[in-house]
Structure formats: C-alpha cells, structure tokens
Design a protein around this ligand. Structure first.
Ligand code: NAD
Length: 254
C-alpha cells in the first residue's frame, strides 16, 4: 500500500529540549510530516508541538502520558488520532537511563526501567498498529541502544541493556507477525549521543573517551539519529523490516 497524500508520525519522548525526539520531530516536520508527540511532560509536549506547527506549517499536536501506563497511552493516542491526518508512523523514543550496577539493583529500579523502556514500547506500539493494520500501512521504529548488543559499557547498566535488548526481540517478532498486514518494524541502536539522558555526566573528557572506543572520532548528535528515523519511516523503506540499524560511529559491527 502507498502512503496517503497527507501523513503523520507520532513520536514518544519528544519533549526534552536537547533530546533525540525533539530534534527528530523537527527534522521530520521539515520534510512534510505532520507531528504527534506523547511525553510524560505534557506542557513541554504541547510547547514543542506549537513550536513545530509555527516553524514548519504542519499539523502538530502534543499530549501527556506516561508510556508505562497503558490506559494513559491509549487515551493519548486516541486524542492524537482525532487531531492529526492519518498516522502512518510511530517512533518509540521515550526512555530513561539507569547507571545502577547490577549488584545494587532493587526490584523497584528493575521494574521502573522495564516498565518505561520495554512495556512502554509495547503499549504504544500495540495501540498504534491496531489502527495501522486497518489502513494496511504502517511504520514502527523503536530506539534500542548499542548497550543491548555490547553488554552495557556506555553509561547505563544491566537493567537498561536488558530492556533495550527486549526492544530488538520485540521488533523482530512484530515485524514477522505484522509484515503481511502492511507494517514494517525496525530498531535503531544509537551509540552515545549528546543529549541530557546521562544526567550531566557527559563531560567533554567523557565524550572523548567514549568516542575513542568507536571507529569515528566523535560521539553522535540527535540529528544523526533523526536522519536514520526519517529513512526507516519513509515510503521507500518498505522492503526493510525486522532490522536493527546501528548509528553508533562503528562501536558495534554486526
Ligand atoms: P532524553 O532524556 O533527552 O529524552 C527522553 C524523553 O522521554 C524526555 O522527553 C522524557 O520526558 C520522556 N520520557 C521519559 N520517561 C517517560 C515516560 N515514562 N513516559 C513518557 N515519556 C517519557 O533522552 P534521549 O537521549 O533523547 O533518548 C531518547 C531515546 O534514545 C531513549 O529511548 C534512549 O534510551 C535512547 N538512546 C539514547 C542514547 C544517548 O546516548 N542519548 C543512546 C542510546 C539510546
């Protein structure tokens, strides 16, 4: 099936000022996508949407929801569906880091990270694909991390790696089950990207040390990830599914 003339993308976790989500929403709006944002910070989600509508002249709407709460997710998605032209693509970006060493992990921390970084991806995807299959076309992209493939070694530790590895398995299986219904599902594994997710620990010295571990002599920018998202949700990427695209400066080759 072809994309409709006017199409929308929903991004979760697109409210933080220096985050990958906000940069991606702008990158996609600049290329003609109408934008829906779901973020736990409702005020910021609305502000970013208003800014995008103003700057790029597209339809944009921001709503508040905790992705770990299925009822909130479904209500938020319903609102976006009413506000936007056909939603063709979903990008799961909402996530939290967790630098807690495994021997110090409490059940509370384990569940917090799993609930947001893995269950959250499931809740939003499940709601989105219910509508996508009725249109016979859809693109789902979910943010994993190179730490899922390398066993940490970046900032976050085991619980984060486990949740992000779950995203890769989830993506492959959704791709297999829903491919015949017109949906593609892919994951992106970023290496270290210059945002605020590491809680201010990403000093200049740390950036240099992290870059030295890869092939390319720098850490990544939100724009590096935005461009990968734009490709994977494009109409032209219709033969690509179940993949994990590493955008990590060569940290992990597979
Ligand atoms: P960020 O902290 O800048 O942005 C995360 C966004 O998610 C924020 O807008 C936040 O409000 C939102 N959010 C957090 N918890 C939420 C919840 N429960 N419900 C709804 N929204 C919630 O982070 P970022 O660096 O832009 O990361 C985006 C994604 O990329 C995350 O999934 C992250 O794990 C992944 N990632 C980032 C890096 C990196 O180095 N920055 C590397 C690999 C993967």
């Amino acid at each position: 099936n072809a994309f409709p003339e006017s199409r929308s993308v929903v991004l979760t976790g697109a409210a933080s000022p220096r985050g990958i989500g906000r940069a991606s929403a702008k990158y996609l709006a600049e290329r003609g996508w109408n934008i829906g944002i779901i973020d736990i910070d409702e005020d910021a989600a609305q502000a970013v949407a208003a800014e995008i509508a103003e700057e790029f002249g597209v339809v944009a709407s921001g709503v508040g929801a905790n992705v770990a709460d299925e009822a909130q997710v479904r209500a938020a998605y319903d609102r976006l569906e009413l506000a936007l032209p056909q939603i063709v693509a979903l990008v799961n970006l909402a996530g939290v880091s967790s630098p807690v060493p495994y021997l110090d992990v409490t059940s509370e921390e384990w569940n917090r990270v799993m609930n947001i970084n893995l269950n959250g991806v499931h809740f939003v995807t499940r709601r989105a694909v219910e509508s996508m299959v009725s249109h016979g076309i859809g693109r789902v992209v979910s943010l994993s991390s190179v730490s899922a493939q390398r066993g940490g070694g970046t900032f976050s530790k085991t619980v984060y790696s486990a949740a992000k590895a779950g995203v890769i398995g989830f993506t492959r299986s959704v791709a297999r089950e829903l491919g015949p219904l017109g949906i593609t599902a892919n994951a992106i594994s970023p290496g270290p990207i210059d945002t605020d997710i590491m809680g201010g620990t990403l000093t200049e010295e740390r950036k240099v040390a992290m870059a030295a571990d890869g092939v390319l002599p720098r850490i990544g920018t939100p724009r590096d990830i935005a461009a990968a998202i734009a490709y994977l949700i494009s109409e032209d990427a219709g033969f690509v599914t179940g993949q994990t695209l590493n955008v990590d400066g060569g940290l992990y080759m597979h």
